[in-house]
Write a protein that binds this ligand. Structure first.
Ligand SMILES: C[S@@+](CC[C@H](N)C(=O)[O-])C[C@H]1O[C@@H](n2cnc3c(N)ncnc32)[C@H](O)[C@@H]1O
Length: 176
């Protein structure tokens, strides 16, 4: 949260629009709504299947969507919820609308690459994308984790983006 405050804090109180791919119970969503998306016209669009990912295989998530809705209920007027797989949902969102996109859905490299490619045109030039779990892994096979996809995307987009921060999360500014 200190990094999110540092990089997004200047958006607080201004009209802005954020997109989250992968919200789970809504912890990051609530933080954004309470700390950044405070202007009455600001919005948060979220994309989630609400069935969890490979890392949740042993967890009972039958009421995940209900938990997300309850946790974010106080901000329902600012929320746009698109339930489904990101590869389908992201294609239906408006181009060039978002000041900030968080990519924290499926952690399979193929899905992260798809989320990056489909989200990029949705971001306003000069604004930010955060790839979560850059260093996370669950399996030694690189295609099972985000890093392979994030590195491939950043190499491909060299000159079109600027890496602002790279650690557990990779923060990228869209230049053009
Ligand atoms: C790591 S959790 C997100 C955590 C959240 N960003 C936070 O910080 O509180 C990943 C979420 O992505 C969702 N997800 C996994 N694969 C997805 C896909 N292909 N499309 C959309 N959502 C997906 C899961 O249902 C889960 O809620």
């Amino acid at each position: 949260m200190p990094v999110w405050s540092e990089l997004l804090g200047h958006l607080k109180g201004r009209e802005c629009h954020a997109l989250e791919v992968g919200v789970f119970e809504g912890r990051s969503s609530v933080w954004l709504l309470e700390n950044i998306l405070t202007h009455p016209a600001s919005t948060l669009t979220v994309v989630d299947t609400f069935v969890g990912g490979a890392e949740h295989a042993a967890t009972d998530l039958t009421d995940l969507e209900a938990r997300f809705r309850a946790n974010t209920a106080a901000h329902a007027a600012k929320l746009v919820v698109r339930k489904g797989r990101s590869e389908a949902m992201l294609r239906e969102l408006p181009l060039g609308r978002y000041d900030f996109v968080s990519i924290d859905g499926s952690h399979e490299a193929a899905d992260v690459l798809s989320d990056a490619v489909l989200s990029w045109p949705l971001v306003k030039p000069g604004w930010l994308v955060c790839f979560d779990d850059y260093e996370w892994w669950i399996d030694a096979a690189p295609e099972r984790s985000p890093k392979l996809a994030i590195d491939a995307f950043l190499a491909t987009m060299r000159g079109r983006c600027e890496v602002v921060r790279k650690g557990w999360q990779a923060w990228v500014k869209k230049v053009v």
